[in-house]
Design a binder for this molecule. Structure first.
Ligand SMILES: [Zn+2]
Ligand SMILES: [Zn+2]
Length: 382
């Protein structure tokens, strides 16, 4: 009997069940309970409530002293689903549009297979984390003592990746996902009559100038060899044709792969705002939040992961990092490890991650389970 093959249909059913019952950041109560119950029923030691709704299961086998963490994220997005799938979300405004339902099912499947037939020596921690989508569930688990309670010499995680062919795996040493920062700028004057501009600092004109200048930072202030993105995504100000507004607010995001470039961009924003204060007689304030660091793979762990992945599927070196971000970055700051992409084979006309029509491809679920198992057996040896 092939243990993994027998698990595929139940794991697809499980994936579709949590897809139909998605839960937002730190509210993954039903999902976490289902995961914990299935792990416990399989005979694993299970710990719940770590960093909120996080779950960790422990598998000890053989006499090996090595330890490993495999991580999946469980949260959904605040989006209305438009896939029309029979297993579509039953909850308005909540949807597994990033494939975390697939991640949860693949790691659960690996745990159920390994508990029956470990084929490894050491201690394996299955980490099911809450709140990856912008709320730092990984950091919350670490702050809650994740790695003190469940030591991990190494950590791995996968993300489903629509840009790659179905079942193809890719990773790379060094940065693989960007650091995500967000900024909020407020430009303040005193507000006044639009027909008397000489008496009122023009916060709208100041904002227009600031937006233009912010868009020169990457082009002129960052080395051409560095990767960076700055996007202004919000502008709010004014409510009447004859009033110069007292304030205008701007918002946006910065994505980088190198902390020095990140520092440089924040400093350039501050310089531009000081210039705008002088040029437009406004006051400028900046709220700059570095919410996710860059996801940086340990070179040896990435090389090991790529070699292991090649025993499971077509696996390739990813030529460049993605500018999107990931809170597994906090785990990789704490422990050496690697993050891998698992292709979904949706083609160029397919919806991207976070699109209301996106859905995890169940055809690659088996590859993901096999990859988790192979990574565990590779690292956890005597
Ligand atoms: Zn996402
Ligand atoms: Zn995701």
């Amino acid at each position: 009997m092939n243990g993994i093959a027998d698990l595929i249909d139940p794991m697809i059913a499980f994936r579709r069940d949590i897809h139909a019952h998605p839960e937002l950041a730190f509210c993954e109560h039903r999902t976490a309970e289902r995961v914990a119950n299935m792990l416990r029923d399989a005979g694993l030691e299970v710990h719940e409530g770590i960093g909120g709704t996080g779950v960790v299961a422990v598998l000890r086998a053989g006499s090996g002293s090595r330890t490993l963490g495999l991580r999946a994220d469980m949260d959904a997005l605040p989006i209305d689903e438009m896939t029309g799938a029979p297993w579509r979300s039953t909850r308005p405004g909540c949807f597994h549009g990033c494939g975390h339902d697939g991640h949860t099912a693949m790691l659960l499947g690996a745990a159920l297979a390994l508990v029956k037939d470990p084929g490894l020596s050491g201690t394996l921690h299955f980490i099911f984390q809450p709140a990856e989508e912008g709320h730092g569930g990984a950091r919350k688990m670490i702050e809650d003592g994740l790695f003190e309670r469940f030591p991990c010499d190494r950590v791995y995680a996968l993300h489903n990746w629509p840009a790659l062919p179905a079942g193809q795996i890719a990773t790379r040493p060094g940065p693989i996902m960007g650091a995500a920062d967000k900024f909020r700028i407020t430009l303040s004057g005193k507000g006044g009559h639009a027909a008397l501009p000489h008496e009122t600092p023009d916060t709208i004109l100041a904002a227009a100038s600031v937006v233009q200048q912010l868009n020169t930072i990457v082009a002129r202030g960052v080395p051409p060899s560095a990767n960076a993105v700055l996007s202004v995504t919000e502008i709010h100000g004014g409510h009447s044709h004859n009033v110069l507004p007292e304030t205008v607010a701007l918002g946006g995001t910065v994505r980088t792969f190198d902390p020095l470039v990140q520092d440089r961009i924040e400093e350039r924003i501050r310089q531009i705002l000081r210039g705008a204060e002088a040029a437009f007689e406004v006051q400028a304030s900046l709220d700059y939040d570095r919410y996710y660091p860059a996801t940086v793979n340990d070179p040896q762990a990435a090389a090991d992961a790529l070699a292991v992945a090649q025993t499971v599927a077509d696996a390739r070196l990813a030529p460049e990092p993605a500018a999107t971000s990931e809170d597994f970055s906090f785990m990789l700051q704490a422990r050496p490890g690697a993050y891998l992409w698992l292709g979904q084979g949706c083609g160029s006309d397919s919806p991207p991650l976070h699109n209301p029509r996106y859905d995890f491809n169940d055809d690659v679920l088996e590859t993901g389970i096999r990859l988790h198992i192979a990574l565990a057996r590779h690292w956890l040896q005597d």
